[in-house]
Design a protein around this ligand. Structure first.
Ligand code: ATR
Length: 281
């Protein structure tokens, strides 16, 4: 029952009405007996500068941020993790006595999932498609787990260069490259690579369809983080080549479970979350 003591969490973004998060987190609050509620706040992009103040003023305990606020909120935070800094984006904000700390659980979510699939990341050669918040978070997490090389390919080359720049401070001794997202550059960067993660969104699927996964190392893994796509680009081509293909559903489950633990301190059993997503998704 909602009372005067019920704590409030939420998703802040635009659009948000399609989101699974309220159903998912409210069910977890229920299951673990936590007196809290999770709401979706549809905030007009023009109000970006007021997002942090709203969290403080209304005493929201924790929020997920989505488009377009993941990057825009950065200057308003008191503190953020290194992963969030390297991603240039936060998807979780925790509020403690007026202080806001930003986190990015995308990269760690993907890594946890891949490790559970038995993929060993140490020494691996990876190609990340996309240099938005998600691509940068994934690149940072792969390097943190010991990947030997990461190539970031992006339609807008300057964003890939910025992404590489943010990683150089900690990982300057690794092989880092920033390249335009084109079939020729992919063929060169992905030759013999062990992992490709597609983090482009929207019409990026078209550019990704034009790439040739045959250049990858035998037994390589391809992940497309767009978990809602019925027919993600390269899924069929990977199957034909005997490569491992994963949708972003596993990453979604693990990043949401990390967020819930940051929100409440309560760990989530992953199968519980998977069942909720299966039922509601
Ligand atoms: P997210 O937070 O999900 O990473 P984002 O910051 O908007 O979202 O990044 C979207 C990514 O998809 C970017 O890498 C973007 O490329 P640009 O930096 O060139 O915009 C990529 N993307 C979007 N539409 C694309 C398209 N039609 N072709 C290729 N890449 C595309």
């Amino acid at each position: 029952m909602i009372t005067a003591r019920t704590r409030v969490y939420g998703l802040i973004g635009h659009p948000v009405r399609h989101s699974l998060s309220p159903a998912m987190y409210n069910e977890l609050f229920d299951r673990y007996g936590i007196d809290a509620v999770y709401l979706a706040f549809d905030v007009p992009p023009a109000r970006a500068e007021r997002v942090a103040d709203a969290i403080r003023t209304l005493d929201l305990v924790g929020v997920n941020l989505t488009v377009p606020f993941k990057e825009q909120v950065l200057p308003q935070l008191d503190d953020m993790t290194v992963a969030a800094e390297e991603a240039g984006a936060v998807n979780v904000v925790i509020h403690n006595g007026g202080a806001l700390r930003g986190y990015n659980t995308d990269g760690e979510g993907l890594i946890r999932y891949l490790e559970l699939q038995g993929l060993s990341l140490g020494g691996l050669r990876a190609v990340v498609l996309g240099a938005g918040g998600a691509g940068r978070a994934v690149a940072s997490a792969l390097l943190e787990r010991g990947a030997a090389s990461v190539a970031i390919l992006n339609r807008t080359l300057s964003r890939a260069v910025v992404a590489r720049g943010a990683l150089e401070r900690r990982f300057g001794h690794h092989e880092l490259s920033a390249l335009p997202l084109r079939p020729e550059t992919f063929a060169q960067a992905a030759a013999g690579a062990h992992l490709v993660v597609n983090c482009t969104s929207g019409d990026g699927a078209r550019a990704v369809s034009a790439l040739d996964p045959a250049v990858l190392s035998p037994g390589a893994t391809w992940v497309d983080i767009n978990y809602w796509m019925p027919d993600p680009p390269q899924q069929a081509a990977c199957a034909a080549l005997g490569l491992h293909f994963h949708t972003g559903l596993g990453m979604l489950v693990h990043q949401a479970s990390l967020a819930f633990e940051l929100f409440t301190g309560h760990p989530v059993e992953v199968p519980v979350l998977e069942a909720i997503i299966r039922e509601r998704g």
